[in-house]
Each structure stands twice: as structure tokens, then as C-alpha cells.
Design a protein around this ligand. Structure first.
Ligand SMILES: [Zn+2]
Length: 387
């Protein structure tokens, strides 16, 4: 594991990125090593770091402010520390070692989104030297890749940790284009319990597979109803909310009545659509399976939830656009914690270095120019907050 070193001007984003990618840091797993390294590094630079643990205690979110944290009107820079797995991917280099391949700085998380985190950390001395009149808040969240699970705990603590911020920049890769909006997402896994029996006497059992299959069909029908009768928003492609069943697990052998089956499905909502209202008929369908005796019991687990980001932060997008020279973009297809910050009353946009098309893929990379572009954006932010 890399040892924290003082953040000096020699600690370029590239050098810090090389340290960050050495921590695998999968979502849902203890993140003490990477969170601890970031916290130690920021503390060594003189910052106070607030650790915001997840309820199960083995994962941390972090917040550190530069400048007068008690002054309102600051800017939150937000990124996630976790990355997606590399299993089954054909990498040509070690995914946990930053490798320069013809100018491509290659590693898992290089673009999504440890490149942005490296810039946040590398910019600390510059922010400290800028004489900020309004603060910069560095927010590091966990478990983003499994549905932005860490950020809500961090956001809930913001009123205690700092004065209200004027805006939030979520640094998901967007080629530094300020992005105004994205869809929201809610995902559930519904588990049915049945009763196993020998397949020769199916009446002795309760086949949980059938209950899950019924629910899968209900998901498909509801998805079709949204396509034909749902609201439309031309900023998105597709321009309606989407509902998809993605995982169905049941059964172990053809001569055993399955006593357990699970179905996972997700809804991605355009701004203004009510996810809970749209999902209620599906949960009612699951309950009806039990009432009809097609399952013994059922249980729904929410596996992801973040709201849509409505396009409300035009002023912030225009400002970033004037700094980066990139025109604002109406929407992206992926989701981020920006919807959560917006829901907490903080104008939020997505704007980060690198290309989302490289994310989650083998040989993911970012370039030194892209990192430099992000540092230049932060320099303009520092100037703005010093006035
Ligand atoms: Zn990401």
C-alpha cells in the first residue's frame, strides 16, 4: 500500500492517481485502506477530515473543507472511491498499477473516477494558497458503483460539518462538459420462499420459481405500459422511464421443486416521474403471489436508489462552461450522486475529466492532458471563490 506523503507541487495528479489505483476498493467491501490513505494525506496537508461511516461500520465516506468552512456559498467537489471489478475482463496491463501505454494512463478507476479524486487531492495546496473567501468542500463517497449508497450518509451530515454550499460538482467522466441532468434509479431484489418437494409430487411443494416468473412478466408488462403511456422528456434517450428485470435466480435441479427464487429489476426515471408510485404495482404483484398460494412468503430488498437530476443548475453549468470552453450538455445516460445533492437543495452538475465510454472496461485510461484540464478548472474555481 502507498504511504501518505505531503501534498507538494511535485505531487502531480498523475503521481497521486498512481497511489489511488493501487487500492482495489470494490463497492460493498471494507474501504479502510483507500479512505484511510486519503484522510491521512489530507490531514498531512493540514486539513480537518470528517469520517462519515456507513451503518455497518466497515466503510467510510470523507469530507474535508479548505478555506472558511463556516462561510456559506462554497463549492462541493464530489467523487467516489470505489471501482467496479476486473474479473472476466481482458486487461493488457495490471489493472491496479498505473501504466503509461502510449500516453494512456491505464488502470481500473483511472477515468471512473480516481482521476478526478487525484485532481481534488493534488489541488489542495493551490486551494490553500488562493486565500479562499468561500470554502471548497472535498467529498469522497463509498459504494457509488452499487447505487450511490454512501453519499446519502455524507449528505445527511453536511449541515453539521459545513455551511450551506452554493453548488456541487460531481466529477464523473464527462470530458469536462458540464452536464445538467440524468435519470434517477431504484432497483429491488424480490425473494420468494416456496417449499421444496420431489418433482414427481409437485403438489407437495410450492414452486417459488413460478412466483418469480410471474413477477418478471409483470415487470415486462409495466415496462411496456410506460413506453406506450408514460411521460416523455426529450432531453433523454430513450425519452421515457425504463423498467427492466435483469437477474432471475431459481432452482438447482430439474427434479426438485425450487423453494427459493429471486428476481432483481431496476427502474430508471426521468425527472418528475415518481419511482415509488411506479414500482408499487410490482410489489403488490409480489404480495398477490403469496396470497394466491404461489409462494410461502416474499421479501423485497432495495439494492439501489438515487433520484434523477433535474436540469436546474444552469447558472453553474454556464459558469463551468466559460471556464472549460465546453458547452453544457443536457443529459447523460448514467446516474450519479448529483441527484442526491440536488435533492438536498444544492445546485449540482456533473463535470469531470475523461470519457465515460472508457469506464468499466478493460484497459480503462485517462490522459495527462485530461487531468491538466481538470486542474485548470479547479484553478478557475479557486480564483472565483477568492473574490
Ligand atoms: Zn463513477
Amino acid at each position: 500500500m502507498p504511504t501518505p506523503e505531503p501534498i507538494k507541487s511535485t505531487r502531480t495528479p498523475e503521481v497521486i492517481l498512481a497511489d489511488l489505483v493501487a487500492f482495489p476498493g470494490l463497492p460493498g467491501q471494507p474501504n479502510g485502506p483507500i479512505a484511510g490513505w486519503i484522510a491521512d494525506t489530507l490531514q498531512a496537508a493540514g486539513l480537518t477530515v470528517h469520517r462519515v461511516p456507513m451503518p455497518d461500520g466497515d466503510r467510510l465516506n470523507l469530507l474535508a473543507s479548505i478555506g472558511p468552512a463556516d462561510q456559506p456559498g462554497g463549492m462541493i467537489l464530489s467523487g467516489h472511491m470505489d471501482v467496479v471489478p476486473v474479473e472476466g475482463q481482458a486487461w493488457t496491463t495490471d489493472p491496479f498499477r498505473l501504466t503509461n501505454v502510449d500516453g494512456r494512463l491505464q488502470a481500473r478507476g483511472a477515468t471512473d473516477m480516481k482521476g478526478f479524486l487525484a485532481c481534488m487531492i493534488a489541488a489542495v495546496p493551490m486551494f490553500q494558497a488562493a486565500g479562499l473567501k468561500r470554502p471548497v468542500h472535498l467529498a469522497f463517497s463509498c459504494d457509488e458503483e452499487i447505487g450511490c449508497r454512501g453519499a446519502p450518509y455524507l449528505i445527511a451530515q453536511l449541515p453539521r460539518l459545513c455551511a450551506p454550499a452554493a453548488g456541487c460538482i460531481v466529477g464523473e467522466p464527462s470530458g469536462l462538459q458540464p452536464v445538467l441532468s440524468h435519470k434517477g434509479k431504484v432497483a429491488y431484489e424480490v425473494a420468494f420462499e416456496g417449499r421444496s418437494a420431489h418433482s414427481s409430487e409437485p403438489a407437495r411443494g410450492v414452486n417459488a420459481l413460478y412466483a418469480a416468473a410471474s413477477l418478471a412478466r409483470a415487470v415486462e408488462e409495466q415496462a411496456g405500459a410506460i413506453v406506450t403511456g408514460g411521460r416523455r422528456d426529450p432531453r433523454f434517450s430513450p425519452d421515457y422511464s425504463t423498467l427492466v428485470a435483469g437477474v432471475l435466480r431459481a432452482g438447482s435441479a430439474v427434479n426438485i421443486i425450487p423453494d427459493r427464487a429471486t428476481l432483481a429489476f431496476e427502474l430508471r426515471t426521468i425527472p418528475g416521474d415518481d419511482a415509488d408510485a411506479m414500482l408499487a404495482p410490482l410489489l403488490a404483484c409480489a404480495a398477490a403471489e403469496v396470497e394466491a398460494g404461489r409462494a410461502v412468503s416474499w421479501h423485497a430488498t432495495e439494492i439501489a436508489r438515487y433520484p434523477a437530476l433535474p436540469p436546474d443548475a444552469q447558472a453553474l453549468a454556464d459558469k463551468l462552461s466559460s471556464w472549460t470552453g465546453q458547452t453544457p450538455r443536457q443529459s447523460v445516460s448514467y446516474g450519479t450522486e448529483a441527484g442526491l445533492f440536488h435533492a438536498a437543495g444544492i445546485p449540482s452538475i456533473v463535470c469531470g475529466p475523461g470519457d465515460i465510454a472508457r469506464a468499466h472496461r478493460p484497459d480503462e485510461y485517462i490522459t495527462a492532458d485530461e487531468l491538466a484540464g481538470c486542474m485548470s478548472l479547479f484553478a478557475k474555481l479557486a480564483r472565483e471563490l477568492s473574490q
